[in-house]
Design a protein around this ligand. Structure first.
Ligand SMILES: C[S@@+](CC[C@H](N)C(=O)[O-])C[C@H]1O[C@@H](n2cnc3c(N)ncnc32)[C@H](O)[C@@H]1O
Length: 272
């Protein structure tokens, strides 16, 4: 896991005049162990801002807008209005109309997990970073309030944990049909960091170098199908067991590498 001490410092700020939002902001700062910046931007590289409607992460002084979890409107609203079964992600996880049980080891801002839940799958979305988790919880709360159907919110469960520890605790019992992971891509390429949200997350999280550990844990779990999202031209994630995925799904900017149980640690020995 990346050393959280090296991550840029974040403070909580309240931009709402509603007393209950101010109380929420103060409580959030206490829970997350972050300074409370009140109305001033302060010297903090990043701010977690409580507005009237939502929680957002922003870089003070930047012309870029904030990052927040939006599972109903904006770009995601457009994405979810399209036929989701045609998404490469749906094909990569092997969705054929039957609801799958899926663990998303890298929930982030929850969009991939939400697509899978909207398809009807049951998704446990795991996020280890407390600030990202707070954004995610806030997004799911708003989705709950806005959604007329409960397809998404009933099927998506958020879990704050290190996903490798979580899988270790499953210890082969109640394995999901699919484990999905979309690790941060450490190399600074245009395609990897093109999106504002990813740039802000990258500032928050610092360099995360342990993507191989995630894949290792997923393969060791014994899960039948493990799917890894990568930038289109990125190298495959290497583990001590597998170097090349047996199946790839290539899109315009992303690629999904699929690994199956016969390549995992329980049936194959380590590569020499
Ligand atoms: C690229 S983002 C995922 C974006 C996500 N697929 C989406 O659709 O919004 C990667 C996320 O994985 C999280 N992460 C990385 N390693 C993790 C681990 N071992 N356990 C849980 N979360 C982890 C990071 O904190 C980050 O929020």
């Amino acid at each position: 896991m990346a050393d959280q001490d090296e991550a840029p410092k974040v403070a909580v700020r309240c931009k709402s005049s509603h007393p209950e939002r101010a109380a929420y902001a103060a409580a959030l700062a206490r829970t997350l162990g972050l300074p409370f910046a009140g109305d001033v931007n302060g010297p903090y590289p990043l701010l977690l801002v409580v507005t009237d409607e939502r929680l957002e992460l922003l870089q003070p002084g930047s012309t870029e807008g904030p990052a927040y979890c939006d599972l109903t409107g904006g770009a995601f609203g457009y994405r979810r209005s399209q036929p989701l079964r045609r998404e490469l992600l749906a094909r990569a996880v092997g969705f054929k109309g039957k609801a799958l049980n899926i663990i998303d080891m890298t929930a982030g801002l929850g969009r991939d997990a939400a697509v899978l839940a909207l398809l009807g799958c049951h998704v446990a979305a795991i996020e280890r970073h407390p600030v990202v988790f707070a954004l995610l919880e806030d997004g799911l709360r708003r989705a709950r309030e806005a959604d007329t159907t409960s397809t998404l919110t009933e099927r998506l469960t958020l879990i704050r944990a290190d996903a490798c520890d979580y899988l270790d605790e499953l210890a082969g019992v109640a394995l999901p049909d699919v484990i999905y992971l979309d690790p941060m891509f450490p190399e600074r390429t245009q395609s990897a960091l093109a999106k504002k949200e990813m740039r802000l997350l990258s500032r928050l999280l610092g360099r995360e170098e342990d993507a191989g550990r995630l894949l290792d844990a997923a393969l060791r779990s014994g899960c039948h199908r493990v799917v890894v999202k990568r930038p289109l031209h990125a190298p495959h994630l290497a583990t001590s067991f597998v170097r090349v995925p047996p199946l790839e799904f290539r899109g315009r900017s992303a690629r999904f590498d699929a690994y199956f149980s016969h390549t995992n640690a329980r049936t194959a020995g380590p590569l020499s």
